[in-house]
Design a binder for this molecule. Structure first.
Ligand code: NAD
Ligand code: TYD
Length: 379
């Protein structure tokens, strides 16, 4: 079957990647969507059960560092678009094992870029109609001051428009023009990969786009990240390890809204541009943790406040960034994207999903999912 476009999505078995794959497979039956993933500990094909038999979907188990294999895939599948999400993504792991982050995030991205360059430059039309879209993080910008406006109680910004948000917070946000200043090995590796992507545009004319998004939450997130880890721990009445004083601020976006932004930008974004993606939704960790506890307890029929005593303050993360906050007005103004969900709705959906999908969580926390797919996709 001839498809209108042949697109590789890397990291499609991970958290955000699986939402992007699902959106593209369902929305664009005329596109062939190839999910390229190494299936590390974070990759789980159970995230895509609902679309795995669709005629426009294909899974390929591959390491993004395998230049030859990827070059061959580009040729065999006549790839014209790459949406690159594969990465090592957890800050705490990067503190323990920075090499893996440099290998995958930096060398892996460079390998994809070079293979795409060689293949696209070999075609008569060269870069025309092609796109290399790199998904990055707001963490490359470093950390903002930990300031919270006087008299504003959580949830600080859930219902505020960006205008109101700026009125409350001033101008202390990450903009597309903010200077890179990464602190963790994770953000340093992502920053480096972003630079390589831009260098391929500036040097060879490759049609690249980079986006930097704030913290995502929602279904299918690996339970080492704050929200799914804490939902699962509350369910089992296990301690909730809050780093430091719990005062660090993160800016949370529902993962489906990130996937919608990626769709918009892949199709309508301007080549060589950077877009920041975020929903003006800042929370101190301790406040969001209290919301998660209250939501889990309510949905499980436990008395109000029953699990607050699970909060356990532990040693702070090394180099813990104080505050992330994205200014996404460029994306909103130029491409008309805005988040579809208010935070209250998003967190309710998220907690419900984890409580209703205990089998998914138990499969991961027991390690069974890795054994199953490793057996199925043995090299
Ligand atoms: P994730 O850890 O859930 O998934 C990463 C996926 O990449 C997994 O499926 C894994 O198997 C795959 N992968 C890892 N190394 C690979 C390799 N060498 N070759 C092929 N596949 C490999 O990550 P996520 O949270 O879904 O993040 C996806 C992307 O979005 C990352 O690039 C991350 O930096 C970026 N991002 C994440 C967030 C967030 O809040 N999670 C926010 C902004 C940007
Ligand atoms: P995380 O989900 O790891 O995302 P990131 O580090 O990329 O922002 O962590 C979100 C915030 O929650 C961060 O400030 C660290 C904090 N945190 C804890 O306090 N305890 C935990 O067990 C985890 C995983 C995170």
């Amino acid at each position: 079957m001839e498809f209108k476009r042949n697109i590789v999505i890397t990291g499609g078995a991970g958290f955000i990647g699986s939402h992007v794959v699902r959106l593209f497979v369902n929305k664009y039956p005329e596109y062939k969507i190839i999910n390229l993933d190494k299936l590390t500990y974070a990759g789980n094909l159970a995230n895509l059960k609902d679309i795995e038999n669709k005629p426009n979907y294909k899974f390929v188990k591959m390491d993004i560092c395998d230049f030859d294999a990827f070059y061959k895939l580009m040729q065999d599948e006549q790839i014209d678009g790459i949406i690159h999400l594969a990465a090592e993504s957890h800050v705490d792991r990067s503190i323990k094992d920075p090499f893996t982050f440099a290998r995958t995030n930096v060398m892996g991205t460079l390998s994809l870029l070079q293979a795409a360059k060689l293949y696209w430059e070999s075609l008569p039309e060269k870069y025309e109609g092609k796109r290399f879209y790199h998904i990055s993080t707001d963490e490359v910008y470093g950390a903002l001051e930990m300031t919270h406006p006087e008299g504003i109680e959580p949830p600080f910004t859930t219902t505020a428009s960006s205008g109101e948000h700026h009125e409350a917070y001033g101008e202390d946000f990450f903009l597309e023009t903010t200077k890179y200043n990464p602190h963790s090995p994770y953000s340093a590796s992502k920053a480096s990969s972003d630079h390589f992507v831009r260098a391929f545009h500036d040097t060879y004319g490759m049609p690249t786009i980079v986006t930097n998004c704030s913290n995502n939450y929602g279904p299918y997130q690996f339970p080492e990240k704050l929200i799914p880890l804490f939902i699962n721990n509350i369910r089992h009445r296990k301690p909730l390890p809050v780093y430091g004083k719990g005062e660090n601020v993160r800016d949370w976006l529902y993962v489906v809204d990130h996937a919608r932004a990626i769709d918009t930008i892949f199709h309508n974004g301007k080549v060589a541009e950077t877009y920041n993606i975020g929903g003006f939704n800042e929370w101190k960790n301790i406040d969001i943790i209290k919301v998660v506890i209250a939501t889990v307890d309510r949905l499980l029929g436990r008395p109000e406040g029953a699990d607050l005593d699970l909060i356990t303050y532990v040693t702070d993360r090394l180099g813990h960034d104080a505050r992330y906050a994205i200014d996404s007005r460029k994306l909103q103004a130029e491409l008309g994207w805005e988040p579809s969900l208010q935070f209250e709705e998003g967190i309710e959906k998220t907690v419900k999903w984890y409580l209703e999908n205990e089998a998914w969580m138990d499969n991961i926390t027991s390690g069974e999912y890795e054994k199953y797919y490793n057996e199925m996709y043995k090299n």
